[in-house]
Ligand binder design. Structure first.
Ligand SMILES: Nc1nc2c(ncn2[C@@H]2O[C@H](COP(=O)(O)OP(=O)(O)OP(=O)(O)O)[C@@H](O)[C@H]2O)c(=O)[nH]1
Length: 311
């Protein structure tokens, strides 16, 4: 029985020697006792240099020579302090390590009852590349799902979701909110006179212009067709009217260059205001009623929904 175990241990040692996974044993006082080739290659250092060194010395050299694990720190000592608190904090630990040369390893640390530590390092570079591609793909798909293809601003779905989240936050903090519905005037004429592509270009330019005048945290999106929405948190009636007027004026003053021709367009804006609990549907309905008035009182106008006058 003992002989067969010795044979097994001998074979295991042979396998470990040629394994693509790194293996190493540190003593209870963190001196590297032995390591196979794959482990030495993680640090780009020969056995004669590495064996007998402490974990701290090995990491200092890795940091100085920029060979081995990527150490994102200005100060290696404070980095080591942090790592030393994690090391041996449990009998078994599993963590990912990326190397300066771009490889990734899954490290496991197993502490034996006597304090020695067995380390296994598995090369997971290929899985990591696949994972990064998948993440990038997911991010692009998410962007596509949330962005209006024509204007590259938030589409209806993502605009409504962002506004709903802000309404919840503003209602909790009882802060004033303003919601604008903006609609290009006589847009059908643009399409009819200049063609659909020219219409598309007008939509793109209007979206770009509006976006450039808003603050970073204002929510702006294309609700559909030639209709845009803006949500402003912590905005009272006077400020809302001032912002909307400025936008309306800016669009009216802009000479658009569409397919070699100069074009001027105007916007009508309906504003809804709220302070207490409200919903996207409520704000939309109020702003839509105000927009209807703006359209029917001559267009190129800003109208605040009637009941909001008190705000
Ligand atoms: N080029 C282009 N046109 C669009 C798009 N979406 C909607 N439209 C057009 O926008 C026009 C909207 O027309 P109407 O709803 O009659 O409104 P309007 O002509 O702007 O008139 P008022 O809103 O009353 O001032 C329609 O002709 C739609 O075909 C788009 O993505 N691209």
């Amino acid at each position: 029985m003992e002989n067969s175990f010795k044979r097994f241990a001998g074979q295991l040692a042979e396998f470990i020697d040629v394994s693509r996974d790194g293996y190493a044993i540190f003593s209870a006082d963190d001196i590297l006792l032995c390591a196979n080739k794959a482990f030495l290659e993680v640090f780009f250092r020969p056995e004669t240099e590495l064996i007998g060194q402490s974990f701290v010395e090995i990491m200092h050299t890795a940091f100085r020579t920029q060979k081995g694990p990527r150490i994102d720190a200005d100060n290696i000592d404070s980095w080591l302090n942090r790592i030393q608190q994690l090391r041996r904090s449990r009998d078994f630990r599993l963590f990912e390590v990326d190397l300066v040369d771009g490889r990734w390893f899954l490290f496991s640390e197993q502490t034996l009852p006597g304090g020695e530590m067995l380390i296994q390092a598995k090369d997971i570079t290929k899985q990591k590349i696949v994972e990064q591609h998948l993440n990038e793909h997911t991010r692009r798909l998410t962007d596509l799902a949330l962005t209006d293809e024509l204007t590259q601003i938030a589409n209806r779905r993502s605009f409504v979701a962002s506004v709903q989240a802000e309404i919840t936050r503003c209602s909790r903090q009882r802060c004033a909110m303003a919601f604008f519905l903006l609609d290009i005037d006589h847009f059908k004429n643009v399409n009819d006179s200049y063609g659909h592509q020219a219409g598309d270009e007008v939509l793109r330019q209007v979206a770009r212009l509006i976006k450039s005048t808003l603050r970073e945290y204002d929510i702006f999106g294309r609700i559909g067709g030639e209709e845009f929405g803006i949500f402003l948190a912590q905005t009272n009636r006077d400020t809302a009217v001032e912002v909307a007027e400025r936008l309306r004026q800016q669009i009216a003053d802009e000479k658009m260059h569409i397919e070699g021709r100069e074009l001027r367009i105007t916007l009508s804006v309906g504003i809804a205001l709220a302070r207490d609990k409200t919903s996207f549907e409520q704000l939309y309905a109020d702003a839509d009623a105000a927009l209807y008035q703006a359209k029917h009182s001559g267009r190129n106008k800003v109208v605040v929904a009637e009941y909001c006058v008190i705000l």
